[in-house]
Design a protein around this ligand. Structure first.
Ligand SMILES: [Zn+2]
Length: 132
C-alpha cells in the first residue's frame, strides 16, 4: 500500500522507511505492513493529524501477539527509539493501541508544533485543568 506515502507530510514520509526497517528487524515472523490513514478507526481522536498527513496507523493484527500483547508494545518502544535517534527527539510520538484492544494498531504522529501532543489531549479541545 505505497500510495499512502504520497498523502503524507514530508516529515512523515521520512519516518516510513524507519518504520519498515524496525518491523523487519523485530517482527518475529514476516509481517506485511499495512498503513492506514486512520479514518477507518471508529472515533479516532487524532483524526486531524491524520487528515493533515502527519500521522499513520500501522495495523498490527498480523503480529504474533495479534497486536495486543508484548510484541506490539516492544515494537512501539523500538520504533519510538529509532525515530528519536534518527529524526530528532520529541518530534514523533508512537502510541500503541490508543483506540483500545478492539482496534490493534500502532499510531505514529509527527508533531509540527513545539508542544508535544500527549495521549490525554483532545484534538481541538484543550482542557488546561486536566492533568495527565
Ligand atoms: Zn492514528
Amino acid at each position: 500500500m505505497r500510495q499512502i506515502e504520497s498523502r503524507l507530510s514530508p516529515p512523515m514520509q521520512q519516518a516510513i522507511p524507519i518504520i519498515r526497517r524496525v518491523f523487519k528487524q523485530y517482527a518475529p515472523r514476516r509481517v506485511e505492513l499495512e498503513f492506514t490513514a486512520g479514518k477507518e478507526w471508529y472515533n479516532h481522536s487524532r483524526w486531524s493529524l491524520h487528515h493533515s498527513g502527519n500521522a499513520v496507523d500501522i495495523r498490527t493484527r498480523k503480529l504474533a501477539d495479534r497486536g495486543v500483547g508484548i510484541v506490539s508494545t516492544l515494537m512501539g518502544h523500538f520504533l519510538q527509539q529509532e525515530l528519536n535517534s534518527e529524526l530528532g527527539k520529541a518530534k514523533y510520538l508512537v502510541l500503541v493501541n490508543d483506540q483500545g484492544p478492539m482496534f490493534p494498531h500502532i499510531h505514529v504522529q509527527y508533531n509540527p508544533g513545539a508542544r508535544m501532543s500527549t495521549p490525554g489531549d483532545d484534538d481541538g479541545k484543550k482542557r488546561r485543568s486536566q492533568t495527565v
